[in-house]
Design a protein around this ligand. Structure first.
Ligand SMILES: C[S@@+](CC[C@H](N)C(=O)[O-])C[C@H]1O[C@@H](n2cnc3c(N)ncnc32)[C@H](O)[C@@H]1O
Length: 219
């Protein structure tokens, strides 16, 4: 992954300058409606320069933690979004206490992790979310890589970047086995690229499930 850090360090500023091509306002508005709470804590995985999603949550009064392994990206986030609490780390290596966040996002980042590291991260995301919490992430599939299941390199902004993804049914299976409810899955074309946008939720607390455990893992 060292090479990916180097790539993002190299084009951090150009990426940030061109970030407006990929408009996130509709995605943010829809996710914010689904979250349906006024304020809370957001964890953004692969936060880049802290814009636009972390900035949109800050604007709404949320506390935001952003994690990224590129020192250049983190420096930009600290400069442009000083209210975001940034952590320089690989998202597959970081850990938090359980039940910390009302929302977790991973926008155009998680597909850079090897498939084998994605399932353990989904599991962690589940535990970091509070009961009823929601997560939104961008996922690659054959619309982007041309393959049903993929691990390899693709060109982006003149650089070769590593991508890895399961098939959509495999992904759904992984998420549901962990206990997530799949709330939305949308193919969206943004800036000429088609990705799968997944919105998932951790079940709410109920009298039958005081620890909000998924139904089939019952209490
Ligand atoms: C395409 S950029 C997206 C940045 C931001 N989320 C946005 O929407 O503009 C991908 C970001 O994920 C970060 N990233 C990729 N793999 C990572 C990993 N394993 N751990 C931490 N950050 C990672 C990169 O450094 C980069 O800042």
């Amino acid at each position: 992954m060292k090479e990916l850090i180097a790539v993002y360090n190299r084009f951090a500023e150009t990426y940030h300058e061109n970030r407006g091509i990929f408009d996130m306002s509709q995605i943010f508005n829809e996710f914010y409606t689904i979250i349906n709470i006024d304020k809370g804590r957001l964890l953004d995985l692969g936060c880049g320069a802290g814009e636009p999603i972390p900035a949109m949550f800050i604007e709404k009064g949320w506390k935001v933690t952003g994690v990224d392994f590129s020192p250049k990206m983190i420096a930009l986030a600290n400069f442009y979004q000083p209210k975001v609490m940034t952590i320089l780390s690989d998202i597959s290596e970081i850990d938090f206490e359980n039940d910390q966040f009302e929302a977790i996002t991973a926008v155009y980042s998680l597909f850079h992790l090897e498939k084998e590291k994605q399932s353990p991260l989904f599991e962690k995301i589940y535990h970091w979310l509070k009961c009823g919490g929601k997560a939104l992430f961008t996922y690659a599939d054959q619309h982007y890589t041309g393959a049903e299941s993929f691990s390899g390199y693709k060109e982006f902004m003149g650089e070769k970047l590593y991508y890895s993804h399961f098939t959509p049914p495999e992904l759904r299976n992984i998420l549901q086995n962990i206990g997530f409810e799949i709330i939305r899955e949308d193919y969206r074309e943004i800036g000429g690229e088609i990705f799968l946008w997944m919105t998932v939720g951790k079940p709410r607390k109920s009298r039958q499930r005081p620890d909000c455990a998924p139904r089939d893992k019952g209490t």
